[in-house]
Design a protein around this ligand. Structure first.
Ligand code: 8OZ
Length: 370
């Protein structure tokens, strides 16, 4: 009989991890002009005892940006800034991948190149908000009306992901995670609520999954599947995401991803940052995993959303390989140690999640060494 534990080492593709505890991607809006700062290096280094750190969502292009002060990975000064982060994490013995992000319609004209409209599969506005910084104060505003992407713009977007993946390796990352969740561009293409295209990228599930698969194949060709992960959220309502029939859609996605030999596949179960079960959006993750494994998929299975130690251990027994923790990692830089000894846990302060300084960022206390 095999025993699994959150604290045992694990290898996912090229990623040799000291434990199965992952720091989930967390948007913190502390990168003015989209350039990672030395303070960010401190923040990630403090959390380097996680088996794997996934960075906050990081724009692959200026067009892919949707919030004030989120970092990018498309300009030389951004790559230089990230080098400081990866060096700090590696010096502390940790592993770090960068989450590659295009927000699609979840943006605002003020954040777009030339003040243009955000782009989307279809010209349907998302009922959601984004963050602008007004007079130094983070302020929530409605997203702008998007324009539908022309067919001939899509190869350029796929190429932006490829170039960002290469930039990630140049910046010293151990790999990348493709952000295909939470109602951003790739998820907008996947789901019927945001995709009404009538070309090869809309309509059937094969067509709606096309952009996700092209992006993933392109990143895998550039840096290798063993350094590539992907994040999916089949039923989240985040950012106005909605699909009429997600189970067959994600079954197809997982069957197509199976031969790409990814390092890991990462699932937000239920509503992002909310309930794990949504009564009017049932979803069978176990069946999805069976589909993937039956199709020959060997990537590590990473789960996320509201996990504590007991639920993590149960999930590892039931077939998960890695567990990603979000809010707990914001407030507890030494979360691995705290989970190991059963607490105590600092409480996260929501008022400092998005934007601001070191307060609520790098000043959460670690346990003092006994
Ligand atoms: C919270 C605030 C802004 C962005 C996500 C990248 O939900 C995000 C995000 C979360 O994936």
């Amino acid at each position: 009989m095999t025993t699994t534990s959150l604290f045992s080492p694990f290898t996912a593709g090229k990623l040799s991890l000291a434990n199965r505890i992952v720091m989930a991607p967390l948007t913190r809006n502390r990168a003015p002009n989209a350039v990672p700062t030395p303070l960010m290096a401190t923040y990630y280094q403090q959390r380097a005892s996680a088996g794997l750190l996934i960075t906050e969502a990081t724009a692959i292009s200026h067009q892919g940006q949707g919030y004030a002060d989120v970092p990018g990975l498309y300009a030389p000064e951004q790559i230089e800034g990230w080098k400081r982060v990866t060096r700090a994490v590696h010096d502390a013995g940790g592993k770090i991948v960068v989450q590659l992000w295009h927000v699609g319609r979840v943006s605002h004209t003020e954040l777009q190149p030339g003040g243009g409209a955000p782009v989307a599969p279809s010209a349907i506005r998302a009922k959601t908000k984004t963050v602008l910084i007004k007079d130094g104060v983070p302020t929530f505003v409605e997203t702008s009306e998007p324009r539908a992407l022309a067919l001939d713009e899509l190869p350029g977007i796929v190429d932006d992901y490829r170039r960002a993946a290469l930039a990630a390796i140049e910046a010293g990352f151990d790999g990348v995670e493709i952000h295909a969740a939470n109602g951003y561009l790739i998820d907008q293409f996947l789901k019927t609520g945001s995709n009404q295209r009538t070309d090869a990228y809309g309509g059937s599930i094969e067509n709606r999954a096309r952009l996700l698969l092209e992006v993933t194949q392109s990143v895998v060709s550039a840096i290798g599947g063993e350094r590539t992960g992907i994040r999916l959220s089949p039923v989240t309502p985040a950012n106005d995401a909605l699909d009429a029939d997600p189970q067959p859609l994600f079954d197809l996605v997982m069957r197509e991803l199976a031969p790409m030999d990814l390092a890991y596949v990462h699932f937000i179960e239920g509503a992002t940052g909310g309930p794990r079960e949504i009564s009017d959006r049932p979803f069978d993750y176990t069946a999805l995993q069976t589909t993937y494994r039956t199709a020959g998929g060997r990537a590590a299975w990473m789960v996320n959303n509201g996990y504590d130690l007991a639920l993590s251990e149960k999930s590892l027994k039931d077939g998960a390989d890695l567990v990603a923790f979000g809010k707990l990692f914001i407030a507890n830089p030494d979360l691995v140690q705290r989970l190991k000894q059963g607490g105590p846990f600092n409480e996260p302060d929501r008022t400092t999640f998005y934007g601001g300084s070191e307060h609520g960022y790098t000043d959460y206390p670690a346990l003092t060494a006994a």
